[in-house]
Design a protein around this ligand. Structure first.
Ligand code: F0G
Length: 466
């Protein structure tokens, strides 16, 4: 299984340590920096060069092998993460891999969303179609396999809901015990139900996500629990693999832009690492721009770039209906900044109304996603309007969560109960009519076919008029 052993490299001071030497909070004891996983062959996103004696894996043989594994009946071959295990040799024994056959997610074209954004070519890689309904599964299979191999009994995370759902499921598969810390009342019910269903000890703390992280960080220094938040660099090794898969799906044609939502700000850097490794191996001639979009009410990276040029983070008191990204003090902001700088991407923000509209537009293409994922389309519209993305450029949105994760949001939107009247009065007539055209509230009728027919005729007249 092992092509090469790995090390952890501090993203701030460059210190390298072995994987087993890392402390319980996954931070450098000298400078508090986060780590990257590095291999003898890998170039890392801040331009470090590979060791001179390192041997690059044979890229074309790997391409063939990755495809070949898709036809295998072995679980690790069927996994869309471990299929690429040659580029993430983080476990010593493949038997320790914990997989739910994550990855291998579809790539959809979104012609109507492309038109709404003012471009010709728009695709969505739907990471919400993973086993627990979010992109977190790709990272969780990686880091939880490491936890299992290192014989941890307990794993834990603080979460806005998706990480906890993924962790609870993978821990259950591995027979490990899991503790979930979530902000009370501030996550979608679908996600809360998942951690209970998968048997986690679910603790709702009377604080926000950032408060949950604080408590957990303290706890892991006092109790032998394996931390599975995205500060754990093994998570990102799994989360880099959708970049490989996307390139396969595009027959190794590189899109100009990839757009991700930003919350705790790890995912953009994971994808940047994936593309950088493909580039370094000679599989692609260039790296796409990776842009990160935040909700206006949870925009610490956006504000930091606007107000300090990215010199320091400006934490905010986060508030958005896109609860997955309701994060005011993101751990991986420096990694995100590095991803923006090395790929030439941008950071934008989207208002609550813009997020809701984008989500409805993605839903209306028969694809659907959770609110946090829809910031990508809302952000794309802004980047096009600013001239940063041009009509003919090829853009891929990363849809991070399944639409069923937060059905309350969708139902409230279509019933026109999501926003207050005051909020609705703040948007212009054009936006109002876009919303009106997309809203499909349920109609309650008597069980009488004449009545149903009359409703149908009225509906047809209305749509002909529109
Ligand atoms: N989209 C969804 C659906 C998410 O659940 C998250 C993060 C993000 C985007 C943002 O990704 O943190 O790498 O910038 N959810 C975390 C959680 C924080 O606990 O589930 P990021």
């Amino acid at each position: 299984m092992k092509v090469a052993t790995h090390q952890l490299r501090c993203t701030e001071c460059g210190t390298r340590i072995t994987g087993s030497a890392v402390n319980s909070i996954f931070r450098c004891p000298d400078c508090n920096g986060l780590y990257d996983v590095i291999y003898p062959w890998s170039s890392i996103p801040n331009g470090d060069t590979p060791a001179s004696d390192s041997k690059l894996p044979n890229a074309s043989a790997l391409r063939w092998l990755w495809q070949e594994r898709r036809t295998s009946t072995m679980p690790i071959d069927q996994s869309g993460v471990w299929r690429f295990r040659d580029l993430l040799p983080i476990v010593d024994n493949p038997e320790n891999v914990v997989t739910l056959r994550e990855g291998n997610t579809p790539l959809y074209d979104l012609p109507r969303c492309a038109k709404a954004a003012g471009i010709d070519w728009l695709l969505a890689k739907h990471q919400g179609l993973n086993p627990t309904g979010s992109f977190k599964d790709t990272g969780m299979t990686a880091a939880l396999s490491v936890a299992a191999e290192r014989k941890f009994e307990w794993v834990a995370c603080a979460s806005t809901g998706n990480t906890s759902a993924a962790m609870a499921a993978y821990a259950a598969r591995a027979g490990l015990r899991s503790i979930v810390f979530i902000p009370e009342g501030k996550i979608a019910w679908g996600k809360l139900s998942q951690s209970m269903d998968y048997g986690a000890l679910t603790i709702q703390l009377k604080t926000d996500f950032d408060g949950c992280v604080r408590i957990l960080t303290d706890l892991v220094t006092r109790f032998p629990i394996y931390l599975l938040n995205s500060v754990n660099p093994y998570r990102l090794e799994g989360q880099k693999t959708p970049a490989f898969e996307l390139l396969e799906q595009l027959e190794w044609q590189v899109p100009e832009h990839v757009i991700v939502p930003g919350g705790n700000l790890a995912n953009g850097s994971a994808l940047a690492k994936g593309f950088t490794e493909m580039h370094h191996l000679g599989l692609i001639p260039r790296i796409p721009r990776i842009s990160i979009i935040q909700a206006e009410g949870a925009n610490p990276l956006y504000r930091s770039l606007q107000e300090t040029g990215g010199q320091e983070l400006i934490p905010v008191k986060a508030n958005t209906r896109a609860t997955a990204i309701r994060i005011g003090n993101p751990a991986s902001w420096r990694k995100a900044l590095r991803a923006l700088r090395t790929t030439g991407g941008w950071c934008e923000q989207a208002s609550e109304q813009e997020i809701a509209l984008a989500k409805a537009q993605i839903g209306a293409e028969g694809v659907g996603c959770e609110p946090a994922s829809a910031v990508t389309l809302a952000g794309l519209k802004k980047l096009v309007a600013q001239g940063k993305i041009t009509r003919e450029e090829r853009v891929v949105l990363i849809l991070t969560g399944h639409t069923l994760k937060d059905s309350d949001f969708t139902i409230n939107y279509h019933r026109n109960e999501l926003f207050t009247e005051a909020e609705n009065s703040q948007i212009d007539a054009a936006q109002q009519s876009q919303h009106a055209a997309l809203r499909k509230p349920p109609v309650v009728l008597e069980a009488d076919s004449d009545i149903v027919l009359r409703e149908l005729e009225a509906h047809m007249r209305l749509t002909q008029l529109a």
